[in-house]
Write a protein that binds this ligand. Sequence first.
Ligand SMILES: Cc1cc2nc3c(=O)[nH]c(=O)nc-3n(C[C@H](O)[C@H](O)[C@H](O)COP(=O)(O)O)c2cc1C
Length: 200
Amino acid sequence: MDTTNAAQAAAPLTLALVVASDREGRFAPVVADWFRTRVAERADFELTVVDLAEVSLPTTLSHDPGPEVRAELARVTPVLEAADAYVVLTPEYNHSFPASLKNLVDRHYTEWRAKPVGFVSYGGISGGIRAVEQLRQVYAEMHAVTVRDGVVLPNVHGQFEDGLLKDPTGPEAGAKLMLDQLAWWGRALKDAKAVRPYAV
Ligand SMILES: Cc1cc2nc3c(=O)[nH]c(=O)nc-3n(C[C@H](O)[C@H](O)[C@H](O)COP(=O)(O)O)c2cc1C
């Protein structure tokens, strides 16, 4: 490996965190802050964030969306495009994921392609696992690769105190496994695409 390639291999990957809940009074920021700290502890990722509470996109899809929607997409799409990997942080609503997230997914296609996706899920009794299993199907359609491990936080409201997890052992282990898998896939796919663009 020459020095240029070695420097590129060592450069951090860009990880986009998608915060799915846009619900008023949402719990999402507590989980997102905890997860952001996990990423900040590592040198292999630079984090960007798409927080859907700060994005205003109508659910009506249109070929000619008009200036307001175009302006909003101009804030979001480049962040998704620039990412080498994604973490989707999602609650579970009625055994599925929020409409805000589906709207974001449906408004993009090439941005997700040939990139890995991991999940941090939370909710009531299920911890969001049903939402995540459905998202795996959705992301397969996007030509994305979902990683096996992730963070699952059941009964999430009771798990935190003053913004900290009362028992961080399991979630921290899940976050580490997921981030290690995202780093492997993210690097492997980035290198592969540099040689052979994904065009299938
Ligand atoms: C409309 C709605 C439906 C929900 N359905 C489920 C569910 O099916 N399974 C579950 O575990 N939790 C469910 N919950 C609980 C949420 O996952 C929990 O309130 C979580 O904090 C929501 O995330 P948010 O506060 O960031 O929006 C539901 C909450 C709402 C508001």
